[in-house]
Design a protein around this ligand. Structure first.
Ligand code: GDP
Ligand code: MN
Length: 399
């Protein structure tokens, strides 16, 4: 469960992480009674990121500007989501913007501290310089300091940033969080630090232990497209492999591997990651099923290579979606053969073979489920790629 910025900042304030005075705004006229001195910044409170770029963060010098800015922001959807409330906050002059986060790494089941000197709205440059410290034993201030040093901070900033990381870590543990992020942490010309934006994700399984936090949630009303793109992107007219992954990075990396190993991708499809995707109203397994149907429409595709990494949806649920896809298509074949039209039974009408590399929980259940189908399930990506390529090549005559 994600919190809105103003809710995250309330938790920051309780924990002693510096935040600016601010006020929640339910309607533009609330700004007439603003208790914060101008200039202020008015910020859309939505669950999606990238508000700054989308125009959801505006500065105002006086009441008239502020009311106008609020009207604009209330009517500005960000990735399809309209804000129900805004946050008005004192303006802060920062010389530098840092990125800080504590996140649960699910594969190693340890918290990881993240930090970058290049925080702010340009996420890519933050990522390029991101430093990691795995909290592999009991937490001590040493871990926070290590991150500050790895980030290349100097002078008093080492101590002030370490202190913030320690508090973020305490919040992370106390409230059972999956993520606590400050981006940006503003650094003033005099070297003071201030959390200018905050993101908190609470572990859903722990919500029962935190009724006060659970009560904060109100689902956003998001008008969303209820289908994936109409078709997958077609690549090589000679290609025979359709690639389906969750996340752009994974999709590109999988395509590279297939090409390097001598395979020919026919098309690819990114069905979207599982986090930061609340505007996708379908679950990962539903999107997998839709995606398979779309890729299979491309008659050139003989093999569909699936590469999915899932933290929340089990491999078995994904396998069930694959099994349903195969079942539908096998029925189609039966209908065709009942029509006794041999010409229709040429290769183009056979459903593609599925090779799935799945990473996540309940892998062996997934394996059991798919063992009775024409799908191949692999744990290892290289093996899956090799198999998909082998199956995509036409069988040699006489063998
Ligand atoms: P995001 O785009 O959704 O991450 O929204 P942010 O809350 O991070 O705001 C975007 C950018 O606006 C930040 O990176 C800052 O550069 C700037 N910003 C936000 N709040 C303040 C503020 O109080 N003072 C100043 N000077 N800049 C701010
Ligand atoms: Mn931000």
């Amino acid at each position: 469960m994600d919190l809105l910025e103003y809710q995250a900042k309330e938790l920051f304030r309780e924990m002693g992480i510096p935040v600016l005075p601010s006020q929640k705004i339910d309607r533009p006229r609330d700004l007439k009674g603003l208790k914060i001195p101008y200039p202020v910044v008015i910020k859309s409170q939505v669950y999606t990121g990238g508000r700054g770029r989308a125009g959801g963060v505006r500065f105002a010098e006086n009441t008239i500007d502020a009311v106008a800015a609020a009207q604009t922001i209330f009517n500005l959807p960000i990735l399809g989501e309209y804000p129900k409330v805004l946050l008005a906050e004192a303006k802060y002059n920062s010389d530098q913007e840092l990125y800080l986060a504590v996140v649960l790494n699910r594969s190693i089941r340890r918290p990881v501290l993240l930090g970058s000197q290049k925080g702010g709205v340009d996420v890519q440059s933050a990522i390029d310089e991101m430093q990691h410290v795995v909290v592999d034993q009991e937490f001590s201030p040493f871990y926070a300091r290590r991150l500050a040093l790895k980030m290349g901070l100097h002078g008093t900033l080492i101590n002030s940033v370490s202190a913030i990381i320690e508090k973020m870590y305490r919040l992370f543990v106390d409230k059972d969080l999956d993520l606590v992020e400050i981006n940006p942490l503003g650094v003033s010309p005099t070297g003071e630090v201030m959390a200018l934006d905050g993101k908190i994700t609470i572990n859903d399984d722990a919500l029962a232990r935190h009724p006060a936090l659970a009560a904060l949630h109100s689902k956003p009303i998001v008008p969303v497209p209820d289908r994936l793109p109409e078709a997958s992107t077609t690549l090589d007219p000679e290609g025979q492999i359709g690639i389906l992954c969750n996340g752009a990075g994974l999709t590109m990396a999988t395509m590279d591997l297939v090409c390097q190993a001598g395979g020919k991708p026919a098309s690819f499809m990114n069905i979207g990651g599982e986090t930061h995707n609340i505007w996708l109203k379908h679950s990962l397994s539903e999107r997998l099923e839709q995606g398979l149907d779309l890729i299979a429409q491309n008659k050139q595709v003989r093999v569909i290579l699936i590469n999915l990494i899932s933290g929340t949806v089990s491999c078995d649920e994904l396998a069930a979606a694959i099994a349903r896809f195969l079942q539908r298509n096998t029925h189609n074949i039966r209908n065709i053969s009942e029509a006794r039209d041999e010409s229709m039974l040429n290769r183009a009408n056979r459903p593609p073979i599925v090779v799935a590399r799945l990473v996540g929980s309940q892998w062996s259940e997934a394996n059991d489920r798919l063992s009775a189908t024409q799908a191949f399930i692999k744990e290892d990506l290289d093996t899956a790629v090799a198999q998909a390529i082998a199956l995509s090549k036409p069988a040699k005559k006489g063998t």
